[in-house]
Design a protein around this ligand. Structure first.
Ligand code: AGP
Length: 614
């Protein structure tokens, strides 16, 4: 997720925007830039790397510290389309238009073809540049505001934009669709940003734009209109009840809770442009693979660490059950030393949020050297894994600041689900109607995650009953077993409680010896698993030893509720996505217990966000 900040007012616009970009640094980025209108023409200053390099360029031009009073827009970029470089950095310009963009344009390839036919030349690999040329094209027949509205009608995807026109140096137009954009209204000065934390030091009067709205900001004030029909929108400023620190966390107490809440948007971004418009197949270009290559694959080998390994374990169930392709899953640090037998017809998948995990990279290099086809599923464009693997799938979760992986797990599950569907279609073992059903379930996933989050207080209540425990058992069967492992990992790394995830069927083979009133057991049981009787007997075994039994399920079930001391019901979905949904209450349980135990939930002791050493 990138950062946008624009300023109009009597202050030194350039330094205020640079300062605003610095307040957005926490989001992570790999390039930065600013734009303004000077002597009637668009001026951009951009650099790969940190904002300090951008400041150096401004100093070289003698602008450092010099007051610049026109409007200025600035951007920090977290690369999605096109690697981190100066030419891909924002702002982008086309003729009299210059803009910055957060989001993903799904139909940018088609628009690029149309614009090239109109004579536009492209200088970057970004989807953003398409927006610039498109507005410029419409400026041939329309005034600035109408041209922006006309261009927006052609865009598909998610976008938050701040746009300027060289003939109107004191005007910024903001546009919002599926990516946040907020105005700040100070004393005779105005801000436009993707994140209130960029301007909350100046004013806490915020006007949050809604999808389909456009704001026109000038030194006299702002107006908000509906892009579709040009009618004014009545927007009331809200007073932000927090300062910079909380603003960075979107009003949440911790990054971890903010990122748990970002999961609906993160999954929507992961899916965006990955299903073909006809809903008949997966857009395999997004995996850098072809149907032919998938058909040749006789075995999938998945390697990862930590949460990513749990997602990989779940991916095994998806790939084997949807596509009937054997899938093996290894912990990366084990794979590289077990002298794996590779025949050459495997697809080797490295799953890594950071793309920098040493063990995962080492295993990926080993696979590459063995000549097998490799795919990285990662969140970071330009990461080592993205560069090392033969093809890459970007999960587009945006920067994850909290050490505990939350939206990472969810976007990895969505990516593996898409891959399994693509495999099944390529192998000819998934009829179109089944594909459509599975695709629809995925499209509905963000809303179902939202529904779980709307009842987070239920998990906070559950946490109050268990935060003093020193041991916890998480149990699941089938694809819920990796989710049980993930729930245990979240709890142990956030609250330092000894927690174990286990296959529920293994209870009798050891863990039941641990069960007593001080070791609660949390069971995962979706109604469509066909495992109710088995899990019910596991639950009764635990109850009969005076242990507390907790349950996460996906439907009302009086019998199950009768034998549990607490339960949480997630919306029903198919077997695969139902497992992903059940991870959300477990993330919340770990978070609330960690907070109740006074732990540093964003930076747990001894842990790093990316384990770049072995
Ligand atoms: C999980 O919450 C931890 N953050 C950790 O286990 C993490 O999943 C693991 O280190 C792998 O990181 P990666 O996905 O960046 O490779």
């Amino acid at each position: 997720m990138c950062g946008i900040i624009g300023y109009i007012g009597p202050g030194n616009a350039l330094s205020i925007v640079i300062d605003g970009l610095k307040r957005l640094e926490y989001r992570g980025y790999d390039s930065a830039g600013v734009a303004f209108i000077e002597d009637g023409s668009v001026k951009t200053v951009r650099s790969a790397g940190k904002i300090s390099r951008l400041e150096g360029l401004l100093d070289e031009e003698g602008r450092g510290g010099k007051k610049f009073s026109g409007a200025v827009i600035g951007h920090t970029r977290w690369a999605t389309h096109g690697g981190p470089s100066e030419k891909n950095a924002h702002p982008h310009k086309s003729g009299s238009i210059v803009l910055v963009h957060n989001g993903i344009i799904e139909n940018y390839q088609q628009l690029k073809k149309k614009l090239k036919a109109e004579g536009f030349e492209f200088s970057s690999e970004t989807d953003t540049e398409v927006i610039c040329h498109l507005i410029n094209l419409h400026c041939r027949q329309k005034p600035f505001e109408e041209a922006v509205r006309a261009a927006m009608a052609e865009l598909k995807g998610a976008y938050a934009l701040a746009i300027m026109h060289e003939s109107e140096p004191d005007k910024i137009i903001g546009v919002k669709k599926d990516s946040p954009l907020v105005l700040g209204a100070g004393e005779g000065e105005f801000f436009i940003s993707s994140d209130a934390s960029a301007f909350v030091a100046h004013t806490n009067n915020a006007i949050f734009l809604d999808d389909g709205e456009m704001a026109v900001v000038t030194p006299e004030g702002f107006k908000v209109i509906q892009i579709a029909n040009g009618r004014p929108s009545s927007k009331k400023p809200s007073v932000l009840p927090y300062g910079q620190g909380m603003a960075e966390k979107g009003g949440h107490k911790h990054f971890m809770l903010k990122e748990i809440h970002e999961q609906p948007r993160a999954v929507a971004d992961t899916i965006r442009g990955r299903l073909d418009p006809g809903g008949q197949d997966v857009n395999l270009e997004e995996f850098g693979l072809t149907a032919e290559q998938l058909r040749e694959v006789q075995k999938v080998i998945i390697i990862a660490c930590g949460t990513s390994w749990h997602a990989g374990l779940a991916g095994k169930y998806m790939i084997e059950q949807m596509a009937r392709v054997p899938a093996e899953v290894d912990i990366a640090s084990e794979f590289r030393y077990r002298e794996p037998v590779l025949k050459g017809d495997e697809l080797f998948i490295a799953i890594t949020q950071s793309g920098e995990t040493a063990d995962t990279l080492a295993a990926l290099k080993l696979a590459r050297k063995s000549g097998v086809r490799t795919l990285a599923i990662t969140n970071v464009t330009g990461s080592a894994a993205a560069r090392e693997a033969g093809s890459v799938f970007f999960t587009r979760g945006g920067p994850e600041i909290g050490v505990a992986s939350t939206k990472t797990f969810m976007t990895q599950m969505a990516g593996l689900y898409l891959l399994a569907m693509a495999f099944a279609r390529a192998k000819g073992c998934m009829p179109a109607d089944r594909f459509k059903g599975l695709a629809q379930d995925l499209i509905e996933l963000p809303a179902k995650i939202e529904a779980v989050l709307s009842r987070k207080h239920e998990m906070e209540t559950m946490a109050r009953g268990y935060f003093k425990k020193e041991h916890f058992l998480f149990l699941g069967r089938g694809i819920d077993y990796p989710v049980a492992l993930e729930g245990a990992l979240k709890l142990k790394e956030i609250s330092y409680i000894h927690a174990e995830g286990y296959a529920a069927g293994e209870m009798k083979h050891g863990p039941i010896a641990l069960i007593d009133e001080d070791m609660p057991a949390l069971f995962l049981l979706p109604s469509n698993s066909g495992l109710k009787e088995k899990i019910l007997s596991n639950m009764e075994e635990v109850r009969s030893r005076n242990a507390r039994v907790l349950l996460v399920t996906d439907g009302e079930d009086k019998e199950l509720e009768a034998v549990s001391n607490g339960f949480f019901v997630v919306p029903a979905s198919n077997r695969f996505l139902g497992a992903a949904l059940m991870a959300v209450p477990l993330q919340l349980l770990a978070y609330y217990i960690g907070v109740l135990r006074g732990c540093d939930v964003d930076q747990p002791r001894n842990l790093a966000k990316s384990v770049t050493v072995e």
